[in-house]
Design a protein around this ligand. Sequence first.
Ligand code: UD1
Length: 365
Amino acid sequence: MKIHLVAAARPNFMKIAPLYHRLKAEAWAEPVIVHTGQHYDFNMSDAFFRNLELPDPAIHLSVGSGTHAQQTGNVMIAYEKVIMDGDRPDLAIVVGDVNSTAAVALASVKLGVKVAHLEAGLRSFDRTMPEEINRIVTDALADILWTPSPDADANLLREGVPAEKIEMVGNIMIDSLEMMRQAIERERYYDSLGLVPAAYAVVTLHRPSNVDSPETLRKLVHHLVSAAGRLPLVFPLHPRTRKNLAALGLLDALESFPGVRLVEPLPYIPFMSLIFNCRLVVTDSGGVQEETTYLGIPCITLRPNTERPITVTQGTNRLCGIDQMEEKIDEIFAAPIQAVSIPALWDGRTANRVAASIHRFLHLL
Ligand code: UD1
């Protein structure tokens, strides 16, 4: 059975990796990696394939950057051509919530190709986020919806998705983390930055709502520099963020501030090594909210909402605005946030459950 594993952007690669390795071990499965090319820099893409021990993608659509419509449209056209030219899978698996996720789901269903969505059902209820639109579209189209947490099941049921299409399988990101744990623990990337464990914070910010408006970005830089006065900050810069900082002339100022270490986007293993050993995280990423909850590390998410509420109700994640960030850091210094418990099925065995689900779906019993 040919199974396309579709990946597009940095947060997708750690979601397909455990599943690729798991399916590769099955006689009935032929997993084929399809890279849409939404992320194309070495640091945003190839480095992840190497760190996660993935082969080069068998199919590369090379769509690159563009407006939302261009990116989505180009992926639809290119993936439709793959199918029409004869490379038709028995199942297309899409992950996460990037433009390519929705685009491949749309192109597939119109050609009668079955689609499964891994990480289905997450909702921020904020339709100004492009990712929320991608989630809603993808979940409306998918034949199988694999969810990471009970809130996601509830969202889908409320939207009228039939219960038999939904299966809670847990969090696939935790599979990647556990698969690479030894390499992450050996890495000690913080040494190369002159930092010691538990005495620095990691910052990752790239959402348009935080980094696209000059006024917001200036405010962000002001608070980061102020926070760096009490705790060194390591800030791996997403290309979007770097570009916008440079355009405002803020890059050099930020870089020259003694407590700030600006670095290139990091491959999975050094990045996770930084997270494993930090005192706290400031982020607007989705995946980092989950990883810190699993590891019990305090996480400040600079967003008004999250599609991953379980990281707040059960985990170490706290939402706040940019102006409240320093106050939140003070609170964490006074009393580190404790997790209530690790969410159910975030256990490193999600790929096994997904493989079993595919087996059932394709009637291979
Ligand atoms: C995308 C996803 C977002 C995800 C994020 C992770 C959508 C709508 N957004 O946002 O959900 O959290 O990836 O990183 O799908 N660029 C490079 N090199 C690259 C990739 C991008 O220079 O390898 C530049 C692009 O030219 C663009 C900017 O970075 O100007 C943003 O890239 P884009 O793919 O539009 O969205 P992200 O912000 O990365």
